[in-house]
Design a protein around this ligand. Structure first.
Ligand SMILES: NC(=O)c1ccc[n+]([C@@H]2O[C@H](COP(=O)([O-])OP(=O)(O)OC[C@H]3O[C@@H](n4cnc5c(N)ncnc54)[C@H](O)[C@@H]3O)[C@@H](O)[C@H]2O)c1
Length: 260
């Protein structure tokens, strides 16, 4: 994956979890990474971690639900590292509730970040690629819940199914320009999001948070919780020339939980 070296990469939601691991993985491959997140302090800490280990990184506050700041952050990243060529649209949120108890607020919270955030990040990316004449590539973070529904996650799953529909359609539109658009579909990943979800699921099911975690492992053929790095390595591959003939894919990274 030598082609990643020195490329300008932008990762959304990279102060924590999968996005953080992706930013660190791109930096290990020699890329210059714009670490962006709603959590500005967390983004700065990840960028500092990259710089301390000899890599190149800058940090920017970015709310992916805000079109103007999404556009601005691409310009800022380009000023720091050159035109952005790789985008990992990863920022996401979740909440858990029985479907019939969901409020419009629950629905909008999940759709605003997970679906609209990907739409805004991807369209800003394609416009940026065109302005700078870059044959860029985009990787979106979808989910196992983009392939099959899950109890208490109807709104989240709907927002992640939307990500795959968007990924396939955009991939078809921009393929002729040499721009690739793919998605990763992670399973049960040990991140701060999972820490929140096991508590909610425990409240909804009467299990303990530990028992919920054990149930995730029991559902995973490879027999352990997924790590953020398990996902990040696939993201880097999809962004690399090794994946040059892949576009419009939703690649399962679930330890075998889902196989279609
Ligand atoms: N953890 C899992 O099991 C799992 C499984 C499948 C998919 N995913 C997806 O992976 C992605 C990352 O999840 P994670 O588990 O690392 O979550 P996380 O909560 O650990 O990290 C998500 C990051 O996104 C940031 N963020 C939230 N709203 C934002 C916004 N409006 N603008 C910019 N940044 C924002 C948060 O500040 C946080 O740093 C999400 O899209 C999530 O839906 C997670």
């Amino acid at each position: 994956m030598d082609d990643i070296a020195a490329k300008s990469v932008l990762v959304t939601g990279s102060a924590n979890g999968i996005g953080r691991a992706s930013a660190l993985a791109f930096a290990r491959h020699g890329a210059r990474v714009a670490v962006t997140d709603l959590d500005e302090t967390g983004a700065a800490a990840v960028a500092a971690e990259i710089v301390r280990s000899g890599g190149k990184a800058c940090a920017h506050r970015l709310d992916v639900t805000d079109a103007a700041s999404t556009k601005a952050v691409f310009e800022a990243a380009a000023r720091a590292h050159g035109p952005v060529a790789i985008v990992h649209a990863n920022a996401g949120v979740s909440s858990m509730k029985a479907a019939v108890d969901l409020t419009e607020t629950d629905w909008d919270f999940n759709f605003d970040v997970n679906a609209k955030g990907v739409f805004l990040t991807n369209t800003a990316a394609v416009r940026h690629f065109r302005t700078h004449g870059v044959k860029g590539t985009i990787v979106n973070t979808a989910s196992l819940a983009a392939k099959r529904g899950a109890p208490f996650l109807a709104h989240y799953a709907a927002s992640k199914f939307a990500v795959l529909g968007w990924t396939q359609s955009l991939a078809l539109e921009v393929a002729g320009e040499g721009i690739r658009v793919n998605a990763v579909c992670p399973g049960f990943v040990a991140t701060p999001m999972q820490d929140r979800e096991v508590v909610w699921e425990a409240e909804l099911t009467g299990l303990t948070p530990d028992a919920v975690r054990r149930s995730y492992v029991a559902m995973t053929p490879l027999g352990r919780l997924e790590t953020p790095e398990d996902v990040a390595d696939v993201v880097v591959f999809l962004a690399s020339d090794g994946a040059r003939f892949m576009t419009g894919q939703g690649v399962n990274v679930t330890g075998g939980v889902f196989m279609q």
